[in-house]
Write a protein of this length. Structure first.
Length: 192
């Protein structure tokens, strides 16, 4: 079985896209595209944390609800969330209602404010400092790792600053989705 799939538009894409139009849009426009900025990377970190144990399409379909519920992932707004906000979020069917992940998002917002208070761009700089200097795009998905030394180091650095739900596997998924590595397989129109 090939690791690429030709869609109705004639484009060969990574097979994981399947036939879902929203997945195809995400693959074509976002996944593997370099993403910068404290707020966008904070959002990506939070959503990847919520994804742990679930499929990404579940998170992608709920992303508009997440953005509303979490004030467009503004760390300053989220850092001010109270116990009442946690209870409100636990009742919000638009998001993944996992108390530990909600509390981690609030804690991660506070960690982000602490990190960037005197140095806007510090979260971006920290995360991108772990992007490998060289990365060979995979020929097959069998070559794609779940964890790398870089994602392990990123996880350790973030945890040391108080971040949670930032394990090495989750951070490798973030590295893929934010373009720190290019894991579009050979034959995909997006592969470099």
């Amino acid at each position: 079985m090939s690791d690429v799939l030709v869609g109705p538009d004639g484009r060969a894409r990574c097979r994981w896209v399947g036939s879902d139009a929203e997945y195809a849009r995400y693959h074509d426009e976002e996944w593997g595209t370099p993403l910068h900025g404290d707020r966008p990377l904070f959002e990506k970190m939070c959503l990847e944390g919520f994804q742990a144990g679930l499929s990404w399409i579940t998170i992608l379909r709920r992303r508009p609800g997440f953005r509303e519920a979490f004030h467009d992932f503004d760390p300053g707004a989220i850092a001010r969330f109270t116990d009442d906000d946690v209870e409100r979020l636990m009742l919000d069917g638009r998001i993944i209602r996992n108390r530990a992940k909600i509390l981690a998002t609030i804690g991660n917002a506070r960690a982000t404010l602490e990190l960037t208070a005197d140095a806007p761009g510090a979260l971006d700089e920290l995360m991108w400092s772990f992007a490998p200097a060289e990365h060979t795009s995979p020929e097959t998905f069998g070559e794609v790792p779940a964890v790398t030394p870089e994602s392990t180091a990123m996880s350790k650095a973030l945890k040391a600053r108080g971040y949670r739900f930032v394990g090495p596997t989750t951070m490798y998924a973030l590295m893929q989705s934010s373009g720190m590595v290019d894991d579009h397989v050979r034959g995909c129109w997006r592969a470099r």
